[in-house]
Design a protein around this ligand. Structure first.
Ligand SMILES: *Cc1c(COP(=O)(O)O)cnc(C)c1O
Ligand SMILES: [Zn+2]
Length: 410
């Protein structure tokens, strides 16, 4: 891998060889960040070269820390649509808005970008068994990618994971353990299992390659906008890997001269669970919080990657917004009705945060924004029905239909 120089600790700066199984800093326990040789990448990569390639995240292979991805059977991940949404922009009150719908990925969330990277890195390490703990999407996504590659997966999920995500796990043939406890407990027992049995580790923040997979989402946004960047990108935040990935992708493109300006990040968390945003607002270290929201994918009381995420938010000059479950459900309806995009609660949280930021006048009407939809609504049907309601029942006769039609409000 000529493009990768090393893995650097973001806390103490120690540098390590970027081996496939590297995890956290051996000196201080800090999170590692993959460092690239941008001079080399500039020489070998052009926008035209990217444009001519397969429509998956691997079109950016010179900017990815992997080799031999073609030797693993992979799901088709990435190159999700970026929709311009004038109706939603008008409804929210900004000039221009695009929705990046990552719910169309093979297992219906952005997590596929990280999971397929984990499978490729495990294969490089000669391992065929991967484990993770997850609030749901990382798990279902890993299970799908492992099934495609003929790998085994060991999955630890907290009890409150929505049924759609559990169904995916079972369907993909993962070994699933439903842990009696919260995400923190789930994470701990998975780490102990990984240590004991030597499985490849697909845990957020521990594995520095996951962010590198996730960063392809902002590279796609850039390419789909003809490398003309918006003022803001709105992202929902749980562990903090997604927003770190979005920022890394942008900085990579900036470093090789493909974009000439960096958007500001809008970090959106749930009011009932916002430890990362609170740390940014108070300019203080992250303290754990309760996990009190319907948005299960971002209900992370003790985030794993707060340092990278907070650094990303601050470096970008970004803003932090917390949204209520009510505001999330309203954004779910808005996305559905104005864009035809069906988001799970965490998937709609970014849009909810954008709407609120505009209402609070923290974002001005002239702004251009991309809002990331990170997961599909079919994963959590119970909350979708809670947000959108149930259909009207009729008896199959015209009188009843006539009566029902009079009640329909347009
Ligand atoms: C995981 C996830 C997020 C947040 O990503 P983090 O890396 O945990 O911050 C947001 N939305 C959905 C749908 C997710 O699955
Ligand atoms: Zn360190």
């Amino acid at each position: 891998m000529r493009q990768v120089i090393s893995a650097v600790c973001i806390s103490c700066g120690a540098e390590y060889e970027a081996t496939p199984t590297i995890t956290t800093c051996r000196k201080c326990g800090g999170i590692l960040d993959i460092k690239y040789d941008y001079g080399y990448i500039r020489q070998v990569l052009t926008k035209d070269k990217i444009a001519s390639r397969e429509q998956t995240m691997w079109r950016y292979r010179e900017l990815l820390p992997a080799e031999g991805e073609d030797r693993v059977r992979r799901l088709r991940v990435g190159w999700s649509p970026l929709y311009e949404t004038p109706l939603l922009a008008e409804s929210i009150g900004i000039k221009r808005l695009h929705i990046k719908d990552d719910g169309i990925n093979p297992t219906a969330s952005l997590k596929d970008r990280a999971s397929v990277m984990a499978v490729v890195k495990a294969a490089e390490a000669g391992l065929r068994t991967i484990a993770c703990s997850s609030t749901g999407n990382a798990a279902s996504s890993l299970a799908g990618s492992c099934a495609a590659a003929d790998f085994e997966s060991y999955i630890f999920v907290p009890q409150r994971a929505p049924e759609g995500k559990l169904a995916q796990l079972m369907m993909f043939g993962a070994h699933v353990f439903l842990v009696e406890g919260n995400y923190e407990d789930t994470f701990r027992i998975s780490a102990e299992g990984i240590e004991k049995y030597g499985w490849y580790n697909r845990n957020a923040a521990i594995n520095p390659y996951l962010v590198e997979g996730k960063k392809t989402v902002s590279m796609e946004i850039a390419e789909q906008l003809g490398y003309e960047m918006p003022d803001y990108i709105a992202v929902s935040v749980g562990d903090g890997c997604t927003i770190s990935g979005v920022w890394k992708g942008l900085k990579d493109l900036y470093a090789i001269g493909f974009i000439n300006r960096l958007p500001k990040l809008i970090s959106v968390q749930a009011q009932g669970c916002c430890p990362v945003n609170r740390a940014v607002e108070e300019n203080a270290p992250v303290r754990p919080m309760e996990e009190n929201t319907i948005a299960d994918s971002i209900a992370v009381g003790a985030p794993r990657n707060p340092d990278k995420a907070i650094r990303a938010i601050k470096e970008s000059g970004g803003i932090v917004i917390n949204v209520s479950d009510e505001e999330i459900m309203q954004a779910m309806r808005l996305l559905g009705r104005t864009c035809g995009v069906f988001a799970e609660p965490a998937g709609a949280a970014g849009t909810a945060g954008l709407k609120k930021a505009v209402e609070m006048k923290r974002i001005l009407p002239g702004a251009t924004v991309v809002s990331l939809v990170t997961g599909n609504g079919l994963k959590d049907v119970a909350n979708a029905i809670r947000a959108a309601g149930k259909p009207k029942a009729i008896t199959p006769d015209m009188e009843c239909l006539d009566r029902a039609l009079k009640e329909v409000r347009i």
